[in-house]
Design a protein. Sequence first.
Length: 599
Amino acid sequence: MTPKDITVRQLKYHWEVYLLVVPTLLLIGIFSYFPAASGVYHSLFRWNGADIAEWVGGRNYLDLVKSAAFWDSFKVALLLGFWNIIKMLPALGVAVAIHRCRSERMQFLYRIMFVVPMVIPALVTVLIWRSFFFESTSGYLNQFLLGTHLMGVFTRLDTAFGWGGAFVAGQMPSWLGDSRLIFTSCIIWGFPWVGSFAVLTHLAKLQNIPKSVYEAADIDGVSWWTKFTRVELPMMMGSIYILLVFVIIDTIRDAGSILALAGMEGGPGGVVTVPALFMFREAFVNQNMGYACAVGIVLTVVVMGLHQASSRALAWATLTPAERFRLRAAVGGAGVLLVVLQAAGFGSLGFIGGLLVLAALPWPWLRDRIRPPHPVAARVRQANATRSWSPPPPALTTHAGQDRLLRLAKHGSIWFVLAMAFLPVYLMAIVCLKSNQQFYEFPARLVSPYHWENIRLAWEAIAPSLANSFFICTSATLATLATAVCAAYFFSRVKVPLSGFFWNAILVLMMLPAIANLVPLFRLLRDLGMLNTLSALILVSAAGGQVVAIFVLRNFVADIPQEMFDAAEVDGASHFQQIRTIVIPQAGPILGTVGVMHF
């Protein structure tokens, strides 16, 4: 849906549309932008978080550019980001498999079951992998390698390729204690990498495909792969783009999983130190808050650049030649800068810089200059580009046996992923009934006697604060959804003066590392007299949840058919009435997903 363009002269008829975004602007302005502005200010000082010791101007940024450790952390983040993009594929396949289930009851069951693992915090899942899977003596990963005889294969590969003794016969590899294996551990944890949020987001997109499209495809004998590439994948590009942006942003600005797996030092020798962990150490270990604020500003700029480059790369076919040239120039310039920095001794990003330079080259133009295309081949390519796709003939329809095999593979893959998703739930359930000795002797089995008193003691410990948590979560989630859905309507439905500025202001907050705002936010709440209050937690949570909620909801509101809004306007419905009667009912699935995630 293309936003309705409202000029300055027409604002007197649509002035109330600004009221939709005012609550969002107030929340993010007070609790996000003010601390961020404070961070920018303090990045110009040598500051320990309590008082300003000395004005240093741009010295923090100069020291940052000279820091080889900082640039090496970017190399780690970029490599992890590449693998995180690859790890998006299993969630895409599971969502399509659930959507293709013929039984609506099974679809509903699978959706409910994928919601259950969402209640487990990601930090808990990381710690379970650290304690159960990566443990060197009796960890599941080493036991699996031994049971499948893959340990011997890796031992021979270690000898053949010179891996430095990571795998030695008769020894268990230490996944988190070996500098040669810890990066691999940071990649494989969470296998098969199917997050509930990603699955539910893709499913919300797939629900918009009419059943008549599938019926027509079945009549034409379309294969399952063609159905995916021609029908489902184009409809899912919006959700894929959303998740891709989240992956890029979280890889650069987040350090939670690395901190839980590798510790404050980033593993042995700091080999998996990412930029956010580097900033965390400078802020809270070295007490160099001004320098940490400078790191946060640089990270924000880098993430914004990656976001712009990725969004334009995904929309490459719609870009003008001038826009394509500017994008190539920006990517190539960044690559040259990385090569120069490595040559000057400021990091080890030269290889990645070379890849960026190669990616920026106009390969079709070079190919035609080096080897001009054959006239017949050029006419064939032109004909293929202009003709519309037609389905294969009915003769390619799958047989009944093949159809049963596909259904078996579909449900089998879903249940395998669910089993892996519920494994942390199972481990939590059995461990809570054990003593410490039982845990170390039988980590994966439920053994008697059962220590039910653990649950009673846990309840007594958390009961006083559980009511606070429930009140805070409920209030913050309702406030986030109520304000975010109005703001999403504002950004997707109308185009008014300042709307582009407001949208870019929200996008900037997605890039800002939360760690950089901790100390300024604490000082702000202290000055407002809101420390140790529930209202502070609710408002800060609602402000932080706005950014992601608006970004997700805007994409889904934009997919609502324009005809529904046109009919509402003919009937005299205001913007608030259109939100109540059209947006909320149509965006129900994604509202539920965003609400559960925020809660």
